[in-house]
Design a protein around this ligand. Sequence first.
Ligand SMILES: CC(C)(COP(=O)(O)OP(=O)(O)OC[C@H]1O[C@@H](n2cnc3c(N)ncnc32)[C@H](O)[C@@H]1OP(=O)(O)O)[C@@H](O)C(=O)NCCC(=O)NCCS
Length: 184
Amino acid sequence: MQLRRFRPGDEAALHRVHFSAVHVTAARDYTPEQLEAWASSAPDTAAWARRIQGINPFVVEIDGIIAGYADVQPTGYIDHFFVSADYPRQGVGRLLMDRIHDEAARLGLNTLTSDVSRTAQPFFERFGFRVIEQRQPVRHGVTIPNALMRKDLGRETDRRAGSATVQRFAEQHDDADDAPSYRS
Ligand SMILES: CC(C)(COP(=O)(O)OP(=O)(O)OC[C@H]1O[C@@H](n2cnc3c(N)ncnc32)[C@H](O)[C@@H]1OP(=O)(O)O)[C@@H](O)C(=O)NCCC(=O)NCCS
């Protein structure tokens, strides 16, 4: 498994990963109408290319095939986080999340945030993110519920994402820090 930055020419492969993650992996949590609004089967390829170039993600390859990608912006916002349904639960997401944490440390960020699908929320929780707010974004006229999640990096005693130490530390401190609406 290899991790690298996005390169021009990756756009079509990243679209395949995105489409697979949405239409296969996320299909258990959303209706066909929601999935189509989220990832169109007839995409605007030029707009997609601009979008992907703009977020400049990290990319994971397995045997030369792109299996997943994710970004982190200078604000700490994670815009895209997708692993192909051909490579589920093989550590691709963990490799990307660890790289995002390394990048956050390099940039001196205190917080990571993301608007996270129902499908990915347990994964983000596994890495110490907590739900801040349930959201109902509308895309192409269709509501696709997700949640704003946040991780405060300053709390970590062990920087490695998802470690038992981090989990225990977060669990002990969350109730005191977060508003009553936490995980509402
Ligand atoms: C969520 C997603 C990125 C996870 O990627 P992945 O490569 O399968 O995750 P990994 O194999 O690296 O898993 C890392 C850890 O998270 C856990 N995990 C992964 N998916 C999980 C899930 N759905 N529920 C609970 N735990 C999960 C794994 O068990 C593993 O835990 P461990 O360290 O104790 O073994 C992937 O399923 C996906 O792309 N989902 C659909 C698209 C989507 O919704 N993207 C997010 C948009 S915001």
